[in-house]
Design a protein around this ligand. Structure first.
Ligand SMILES: Cc1ncc(C[n+]2csc(CCOP(=O)(O)OP(=O)(O)O)c2C)c(N)n1
Length: 545
């Protein structure tokens, strides 16, 4: 009778669930899972740190609408995966961590890397489980994959006690599971009719678009709804759900839109800090929230109605209900007022876009990136100063095409997000504009990327530190050793180290040729651009817009 070990069972179930790529750092007691994966034809991406692997996996999963899978060993390998699990759960990105734990039979005696891994993982996970028998591994993986992607996506942890991984069981004992067909939650027709009436009679209606709408591929339905004459504002990572050149896109007038709307309909987003904790609305504003989770109705926002539904279905139904009706807001100046406010806000930076000074000004850099950016690009942005400028200036035209520090503001996500996204979408150009700190936090992803044939373009915006010299010079004791500002290290040499494309740029007129050469090189590329360490973001520094 043929026997198979736990790693082969896991790999077969992953394949059966349609997963073709997994991430991880090879370690005991999970080596059989890596071996099983390679035998089963999975692409196994060996990473340089579990934290990077977890971020690559969640970006891959976000692009593919599948769970990203990370395999890690015991003890410190699992604790290294806690940050990606936290980020996944907080940012609603699909991540499954399969972690080996110290062998049974020796626990309590100081076994190698002994740790109560389930307890460590639980607070940052949407769901956790522990394999109890080798012949149930397929079933456990089936559960973990489903829990990560259904409802609101998030981080899940499945613990593999080491002695169950290498154990062999008769092949007949193993039953692979297949996912059920799951219907999408359909919006209540009465609530849709009432919301349509609210939007029709509103003087200043507004749509808000969160990552849940991107996950639901709600862009085309939301475009129909917005085309009735309703402006919309997106969360930073929901950019591109409707293409950013839609005439009703109002992110550039976000404060004016949020603060003045009288009817707000949120699609697939939460009223957390990104939307001002639900407190930035005008008194008396009627707020409707569409979400797959009813519990989201309880937040800082004072809701009129919560519609438990898939964002695409709800948007489609609302657009249908409004078809042929004339909105009271039409011609009221609300939409044109927001367009004017957006144009005014953008004009504030207009001079900086063409600044020819040396050192290079960050607005000039980002303007050059904007001009070079292909329409189908996936854009990754990370840092403090540079992320804020990218968010204000770089467009996104594809759904789920924008990745950044997200809900948790976590630094170190940019480089691995770029690699994970590129592996998921090899035909899309992936351009990651990262601060020098942010790039450095995960820079060994360059080796992983080159080894697995993923070729993003990294633009390192080097202002010599955390928010350039701003914190070092103004918030730390004068003359104290550098802790926030950093050396202007030659980051492009990390591309040379793996035979990628490298460019070092100090002058504004060198930026565009370097970007074009990087995009055209077909190689992993680092364009290292020295920018003014004293430059700050116009309008102040924050993560909110
Ligand atoms: C994991 C984590 N550690 C620390 C921070 C605090 N932090 C916020 S922005 C930042 C770095 C910003 O510097 P850089 O990436 O060089 O971009 P810049 O602001 O200079 O453009 C840090 C360390 C964080 N947000 N996340």
């Amino acid at each position: 009778m043929a026997e198979i070990h736990g790693g082969e069972i896991a790999a077969r179930q992953l394949r059966a669930a349609g997963i073709d790529t997994v991430f991880g750092v090879v370690a005991g007691p999970m080596i059989e899972l890596f071996a099983g994966g390679q035998e089963a034809g999975l692409r196994v991406v060996g990473c340089r740190h579990e934290i990077n692997g977890g971020f690559m996996a969640q970006a891959w999963g976000w692009q593919k609408k599948q769970p990203g899978v990370l395999i890690v060993g015991s003890g410190p390998a699992l604790t290294n995966a806690i940050t990606p699990l936290y980020v996944a759960t907080a940012s609603a990105l699909p991540l499954v961590v399969l972690g080996g734990s110290a062998f049974g039979g020796t626990l309590g005696l100081g076994a190698f890397q002994e740790l109560d891994q389930l307890t460590v993982a639980k607070p940052v996970c949407k769901w956790t489980g522990q394999v109890d028998r080798t012949d149930r591994i397929a079933e456990w993986i089936h559960l973990a994959l489903g829990k990560a992607v259904e409802g609101r996506p998030g981080g899940v942890y499945l613990d593999f006690p080491g002695h169950l991984v290498g154990k062999r069981v008769a092949e007949e004992q193993v039953a692979l599971r297949s996912a059920p067909e799951i219907t999408r939650p359909w919006p209540d027709p009465g609530a849709i009719a009432r919301t349509a009436d609210l939007l029709e009679s509103a003087e200043r209606p507004l749509l808000l678009v969160g990552k849940g709408a991107a996950w639901a591929d709600a862009g085309p339905a939301l475009a129909k709804l917005s085309d009735c004459g309703i402006p919309y504002v997106t969360s930073p990572m929901a950019r591109g759900t409707l293409p950013d050149d839609h005439p009703n896109f109002a992110n550039a007038a976000r404060s004016q839109a949020l603060g003045n709307a009288d009817v707000v309909v949120m699609f697939g987003g939460r009223f957390n800090w990104i939307f001002g904790l639900g407190r930035r609305f005008a008194p008396g504003a009627e707020i409707v929230q569409v979400d797959v989770e009813a519990e989201e109705a309880f937040s800082g926002a004072n809701l009129a109605t919560a519609i438990v539904a898939d964002a695409a279905l709800a948007a489609e139904q609302l657009a249908h209900a409004l078809a042929g009706r004339k909105l009271r807001s039409a011609g009221s100046g609300w939409l044109t007022g927001l367009r004017e406010a957006a144009a005014k806000n953008e004009a504030g930076a207009a001079k900086a876009l063409h600044d020819a000074s040396i050192p290079i000004q960050p607005y000039r850099l980002v303007n050059e990136v904007k001009a070079a950016l292909p329409r189908d690009a996936i854009v990754v942005e990370e840092g403090e100063t540079i992320m804020g400028i990218c968010r204000a200036m770089l467009p996104s035209y594809r759904s789920r095409g924008r990745l950044n520090a997200g809900t948790t503001g976590c630094m170190g996500v940019g480089a691995p997000y770029a690699v994970g996204a590129k592996l998921a979408c090899p035909d899309a150009p992936v351009v990651a504009v990262l601060g020098d700190y942010a790039f450095g936090a995960a820079a060994m992803c360059v080796e992983t990327a080159q080894r697995v044939g993923a070729h993003p373009v990294f633009v390192v915006a080097n202002n010599e530190g955390i928010a350039g010299h701003m914190i070092q010079d103004h918030m730390l004791p004068p003359g104290s050793p550098r802790i926030a500002s950093l050396l202007p290290a030659r980051y492009e040499k990390m591309a040379e180290m793996v035979d990628g494309f490298a460019a070092y740029v100090e002058r504004p007129d060198e930026i565009r040729p370097a970007l074009d050469a990087a995009l055209g090189s077909g190689k992993l590329a680092i364009v290292h651009v020295r920018i003014d360490p004293k430059a700050v973001r116009l309008g102040g520094s924050n993560y909110l817009q």
